[in-house]
Ligand binder design. Structure first.
Ligand code: HMG
Length: 387
């Protein structure tokens, strides 16, 4: 039984795509004032995977440093959250498990509910560890946000992965047991099986997101006895960072609490540069806060996850003393700075070429990450460790 076991996030690491598109370039191409993207959406750039990268290579790249730092001891579960799945049957988790050299005594599963999948994986992991605190769960959230070229959603594309270890007596954040939930069947954003880009009702998605935050808050306030003043820092899913700001304004009106808008900015730092990373987005916000905020010891964080369709969940966690020793701001900044700029023409070509196909192909060698998507052979995707 897990009663009384303290469980949470023990360590986490980040990866992203090889390329970066500067939104100034996209604004110029689209004849739009760049301020619409920088201020109106709160985005500066987005990451884009190279032809030999996908959710598997990004996800395994995010997880690799965790395995290097902590080894594989205790890992008996790998959960891979994504809505950019590359196979309808075989999970990306089992491929990542192989690339990372994890022991055969581990289960591997993929989870999906739009951007909420990463939080679904976290909650499942908390339960697994509470059941047997000797176990650790490797959670990988990895996505590529793709919309049609020339659509309103185009500047909100992006790519990224976050991996984290869930363990008993965690070094980073202890997740509290109560959470707030809100599910509603709504067609605000979805991706039918015959499409490689999402369909979206942008206006509806914004109100559905806000409804989910308010509903999740009300549920948590009731179940967890939480009041607005009990939360020290807020982290929200960030399809574009302005969305988090809009939703938080609605929340502050809903509960009658004042808030200083600059307080959310630290959590926006990485997402402004990667764009939407769907399942990874709220954890990328968490990575930024842990890396860049010096005053988090003992503080209560609220993590709001929203997945279109829709499911919202609001979790809270307490930052552990000593978290500063685990910060890796330089490493993440280095990763973001090292991306190779792509021109709008090349981006459009790469975007059009991206399909999930079982036809034989050999990918060009582009990525400088630790894993690459080599190509398709006899219908199966082949991956390899680089270097
Ligand atoms: P749009 O056509 O760009 O909307 O589409 P807009 O014309 O209303 O402009 C956006 C903002 O820019 C507005 O600010 C304008 O005022 C401002 P707001 O009034 O909203 O605060 N603006 C300017 N600001 C400064 N200088 C200027 C200027 N011009 C205009 N010159 C939309 C926006 C979000 C609809 C579109 O980008 C979209 O469809 N995106 C994709 C959907 C999305 O991300 N939805 C978010 C909620 S759903 C979600 O989070 C789930 C998701 O991650 C998927 C999943 O769960 O898997 C998407």
């Amino acid at each position: 039984g897990g009663a009384g076991v303290r469980v949470g996030i023990h360590d986490l690491a980040v990866a992203t795509g090889h390329h970066v598109l500067d939104l100034d370039d996209l604004a110029a191409r689209n004849g739009v004032d760049p301020a619409k993207y920088h201020v109106g959406l709160g985005q500066d750039a987005f990451s884009m995977p190279a032809a030999d990268e996908d959710i598997v290579t990004m996800g395994a790249a995010a997880a690799l440093p965790l395995i290097e730092r902590h080894g594989t001891d205790g890992i008996r579960t790998v959960l891979f959250a994504t809505e950019s799945g590359v196979d309808q049957s075989k999970s990306a988790a089992v491929v990542a498990h192989g690339l990372l050299g994890l022991p055969s005594t581990a289960r591997a599963v993929e989870l999906k509910q739009a951007c909420y999948g990463g939080t679904a994986a976290l909650v499942a992991a908390l339960g697994i560890v509470a059941r047997d605190p000797r176990e650790r769960v490797l959670v990988i959230a990895s996505d590529v946000a793709r919309y049609d070229l020339d659509s309103a959603a185009e500047p909100t594309q992006g790519a990224g992965a976050v991996a984290f270890l869930v363990a008993a007596d965690p070094d980073l954040i202890e997740i509290e047991p109560a959470s707030g939930l809100f599910s509603a069947d709504v067609d605000d954003f979805w991706r039918p099986n015959d499409r490689s880009t999402a369909l979206v009702d942008g206006r509806l998605s914004v109100t559905a997101y806000v409804d989910a935050l308010l509903g999740s808050w009300d549920d948590l306030a009731e179940r967890g006895g939480i009041a607005p003043a009990d939360i020290d820092r807020w982290l929200h899913h960030q399809p574009f960072t302005k969305m988090a700001l809009k939703a938080h304004r609605a929340w502050s009106k809903h509960v009658g609490a004042e808030f200083d808008e600059t307080e959310l900015a630290t959590g926006f730092t990485y997402n402004r540069r990667t764009g939407n990373s769907y399942t990874a987005s709220v954890f990328l916000a968490l990575a930024a806060l842990l890396d860049l905020d010096d005053d988090l010891e003992g503080r209560r964080l609220a993590l709001f996850s929203y997945g279109s369709g829709s499911v919202g969940e609001l979790l809270t966690g307490i930052v552990k003393p000593g978290y500063r020793a685990l910060r890796r701001a330089g490493q993440v900044a280095g990763l973001l700075d090292a991306r190779v700029p792509i021109s709008v023409d090349d981006y459009r070509e790469l975007h059009a070429a991206t399909t999930t196909t079982s036809e034989a192909r050999q990918n060009p060698e582009v990525t400088t990450g630790p894993f690459r998507f080599v190509g398709v052979e006899a219908g199966a995707r082949r991956y390899a460790r680089t270097g």
